[in-house]
Design a protein around this ligand. Structure first.
Ligand SMILES: [Zn+2]
Length: 81
């Protein structure tokens, strides 16, 4: 349980809350950035799976905070797979 952390780069970690503009769910996005290593990373609304992108070094983590408020169960129809 005592793993040395020596090689991990110094990510700049941040998080923000986002309201899905499709279904109204509120979720928190945890982003790890690294100077000169940021690319467009994908993440998805945890409720309707709508696709978003953000500049980050790793794929963002997403945690649902408030369930969708539109009363539906459909998924966002995203044609950009
Ligand atoms: Zn959504």
């Amino acid at each position: 349980m005592n793993q040395p952390l020596g090689q991990e780069p110094q990510f700049e970690r941040s998080s923000f809350r986002q309201t899905c503009d499709y279904c109204g769910a509120i979720f928190e996005v945890f982003v790890s950035r690294l100077a000169d290593a940021d690319v467009d990373e994908d993440y998805h609304c945890p409720e309707c799976i709508k696709h978003f992108t953000i500049a980050a070094a790793l794929q963002p983590l997403v945690r649902l905070r408030v369930k969708r408020g539109d009363g539906k169960t459909d998924r966002y129809q995203d044609t950009m797979f």
